[in-house]
Design a protein around this ligand. Structure first.
Ligand code: PLP
Length: 420
């Protein structure tokens, strides 16, 4: 399809690229109501006495071909549970991505572990295995791989690093439902894998999380860790380690079960539209879609594309503003709000536990971790180059074509201005 990019920009008074109103978004319906009603009718909302949480765990694990699913209250809780299950002593380091949600890191800190941030690859914004390798030390306790925006990180390389260093790999798949690496679903290789069911994810029950593992002992640890270390399975109440309450309720599980049924349809839709936009963007000089390595299936939690800022001579912020005027819901600043995670105040002030510098300064050894601008140059540069578009099930091919028209118009304008 030939789109006319030479029209005046909407920001300069021209016609908007996005002419068609969005279809209303409706992810929840009769099936959710039906399963919720079953819970209400049962009068049991508590996971341990109900059936829905157990059924969700079973179906989720089956979908991923894993032995166990452990449902919990959020993706943040899921990462916390998975990291805790590694039973690393406080002070050990966990390597994760410089560009991720804070939920990847919260649990690491709560366990007294020290996050170490790896840089990202310039064309995928996923963790760069070489950067991970450089950060391995005798203190490294685990690698927490993040599959960013619905695109698989380089699992072969990252698993190999974990194997060589003798440390476990956990996969944070919060953004990566249905995403594949060399044919395999991501979330099938980590010792533990974690998922989020928050409002923004491919499927949602408002808030919720899931941990997957094949290991019986880890399953048991996770079941205790999300439940104050109450040994309900044995009918014993004698906690032997510190554990929060991260229970999922039957209400959340009812909605999540209905959503799981819809996941294939949601994924098919997003993948079809994402690929359509990829094709459009390949025809637009100055912009490049996030690179999907051969053998991977991107599941487009978000749609990311990069500007050739030398060629367009504009910032991501300027480009995003022009796109918003076109009616295209684009944002600069990526998912972190404009900086890599380690430049958040909590790391700069080392204030995870106000009143102390723990765990950045070890209470035992005095070992000190400082996070500095420049630590991950590719991640830092990404914020001025990359744009994010939300993807959603209500988007149509017309929406995608209008997004492409908007992106093409803005790129054309900046290319012309740069050449003048
Ligand atoms: C990669 C990643 N990890 C963890 C989380 C935390 O999930 P939740 O918001 O459900 O706590 C998110 C949520 O955005 C995420 O994107």
């Amino acid at each position: 399809m030939k789109l006319d990019f030479a029209q005046p920009l909407a920001i300069h008074g021209g016609p908007k690229a996005k002419q068609t109103p969005f279809r209303p978004r409706r992810r929840h319906g009769e099936r959710e109501k039906q399963l919720l009603n079953e819970v209400i009718d049962s009068d049991v909302l508590f996971f341990y006495l109900g059936t829905k949480v157990r059924e969700l765990e079973r179906q989720f694990a089956a979908l991923y071909g894993r032995r166990h699913g452990i449902a919990c209250s959020s993706g943040t809780a899921a990462v916390h549970i998975a990291v805790a299950a590694l039973e690393l002593p406080p002070g050990r380091e966990v390597i994760t991505s410089a560009i991720t949600d804070m939920g990847s890191v919260t649990g690491i800190l709560y366990q007294g572990l020290v996050p170490v941030f790896a840089d990202v690859e310039p064309d995928t914004l996923n963790m760069d295995p070489e950067s991970v390798r450089k950060r391995i030390t005798p203190r490294t306790g685990a690698i927490l791989v993040v599959h960013h925006a619905g695109l698989a990180a380089d699992l072969d390389a990252l698993m190999a690093i974990g194997r060589e260093a003798g440390i476990p790999v956990v996969e944070d798949c919060a953004q990566a439902y249905g995403c594949r690496y060399h044919g395999q679903l991501v979330g099938t290789r980590g010792l533990l894998s974690t998922f989020s069911l928050n409002h923004f994810k491919h499927i949602t029950c408002g808030s919720g999380g899931m941990v997957l593992t094949d290991d019986d002992r880890l399953r048991y640890f996770c079941s205790l860790f999300l439940d104050k270390c109450y040994q309900r399975e044995e009918g014993i109440r004698n906690p032997f380690f510190l554990a929060p309450n991260y229970q999922m309720t039957e209400l959340q599980a009812a909605v999540a079960l209905a959503q799981l049924e819809k996941l294939p349809e949601f994924l098919e839709h997003r993948i079809r539209l994402g690929r359509r936009l990829d094709e459009h963007l390949r025809e637009i000089p100055g912009v490049t879609p996030q690179h999907t390595p051969p053998g991977c299936v991107h599941s487009y939690f978000l749609y990311l594309f990069r500007l050739d800022t030398n060629r367009l001579r504009c910032t991501a912020e300027e480009f995003a503003q022009a796109l918003q005027a076109e009616g295209v819901p684009a944002k600069a600043r990526l998912i972190t709000g404009g900086r890599p995670v380690y430049l958040y105040d909590i790391f700069q002030r080392r204030s995870a536990f106000p009143g102390s510098q723990y765990p950045f300064v070890s209470l035992d050894t005095g070992a000190s971790r400082v996070y500095r601008a420049g630590d991950c140059p590719v991640a830092e540069a990404a914020f001025s180059q990359w744009l994010t578009l939300d993807m959603a099930e209500n988007y149509t091919e017309t929406d995608i074509d209008e997004f492409a028209l908007g992106i093409g118009k803005v790129a054309y304008h900046y290319r012309k201005a740069a050449a003048a």
